[in-house]
Design a protein. Structure first.
Length: 367
């Protein structure tokens, strides 16, 4: 009986063994995934990796592949469009004889990538702190970012920072809702949705408000505040804010949104978001407040510099005069400073603050 040739001997029409045409790609993928500016890969590791795919390659052949790869990625002097397109990759592979981790005789390093590790870490931290993402969505996004760095750096992305007391939403359709809203804003169309809230009957999941009432609104702007995404809409009189992770079954309508002209004329988005506390609005008023000097950074973070007037009263105090939205959240914010903050003007706002404090005190009076 005639002996069949071993599988690795079988060749394609060009005389190459199976997988041989993918050799260069596999070499590039392995180096980019396993090497960085601190971790080198060796020729033996590359050959072992190819062997896992049934590719038996000579060192000379792999050296040639790596040389071509380095030449393509590292070229800087050619002015052709082809080279300029290559430079957009921003990868740089170098060889070093200096001992590195797991490479005592040196090896290949990736010394430059499209994104620096610190940039990827910042993106990962933003994902970790984004409360509008579910745990699963955050995990998938971190996995996507991890594909842009070496496997050693990918491990660090999940261990370099910890976000304290940052709960995630249970709504798994937030990303889809944001995509639909963005599309409706671009098209200038209305959207409809159901709004959710918690109920004491079931604190684990949110339930539809008003028995599943459909909200039809004019979407104008997406906002981020305290780790949550919000949608700014307009009803012809004032902006109305909705939290996106509490929106369900978001759908773009074919009807054009209303009050385009009025929104552009009456709503200054940047100033509005500075005035509104925790996305709860109220009557607009220019208010003067006095703070202890050590609270200056906190106050500037809240009100900014433009549109706010700061004056030093003495070595221990300063005042700020700016427009705010008078709401319970505003008074609660002032209350949180205790004796280190006081409303100065106008008098009726100071009176409202006094009433707010009295109501709090009444809650603790002995019965």
């Amino acid at each position: 009986m005639e002996k069949k040739p071993e599988k690795w001997i079988i060749k394609d029409e060009r005389g190459r063994r199976p997988g041989q045409k993918y050799k260069s790609l596999l070499v590039m993928q392995y180096i980019l995934k396993n090497a960085d500016d601190e971790n080198a890969v060796t020729m033996d590791e590359i050959l072992n990796h190819l062997a896992k795919y049934g590719i038996e390659a000579e060192r000379r052949s792999v050296y040639r592949d790596i040389h071509d790869l380095m030449e393509m990625l590292n070229e800087e002097d050619d002015d052709s469009n082809e080279i300029k397109d290559r430079e957009k990759l921003k990868y740089k592979i170098t060889f070093t004889r200096k001992p590195h981790k797991d490479a005592p005789n040196g090896g290949y390093l990736v010394t430059s990538r499209p994104y620096k590790y610190d940039e990827l870490r910042l993106l990962a931290e933003c994902i970790n702190s984004a409360r509008f993402l579910s745990e699963n969505q955050a995990r998938n996004l971190r996995r996507t970012i991890s594909g842009l760095c070496s496997k050693q750096q990918a491990k660090l992305l999940n261990t370099d920072s910890t976000v304290v007391n940052r709960s995630k939403t249970a709504n798994k359709s937030v990303m889809e809702s944001i995509s639909t809203i963005n599309q409706a804003i671009r098209h200038g169309n209305q959207i409809r949705f159901k709004y959710l809230s918690y109920s004491f009957d079931n604190m684990r999941t949110q339930v539809e408000r008003y028995s599943g009432k459909l909200y039809v609104v004019n979407p104008y702007k997406l906002l981020i505040d305290n780790g949550f995404f919000y949608l700014m809409t307009y009803n012809g009189t004032k902006p109305i804010i909705y939290r996106i992770d509490r929106m369900k079954d978001v759908k773009e309508l074919l009807t054009a949104r209303e009050w385009e002209k009025e929104f552009k004329e009456n709503v200054d988005v940047d100033n509005y978001t500075k005035r509104v506390f925790s996305m709860f609005g109220g009557k607009r008023e220019r208010v003067t407040m006095r703070f202890r000097i050590e609270k200056l950074d906190t106050v500037v973070d809240q009100f900014g510099i433009a549109g706010a007037k700061y004056e030093k009263v003495d070595e221990s105090h300063f005042t700020v005069t700016t427009e705010v939205e008078l709401s319970e959240m505003f008074y609660a914010w002032i209350f949180g400073f205790g004796r280190r903050a006081k409303i100065i003007d106008p008098p009726y706002v100071a009176d409202k603050m006094r009433e707010y404090c009295q109501k709090i005190a009444e809650m603790y009076e002995p019965k």
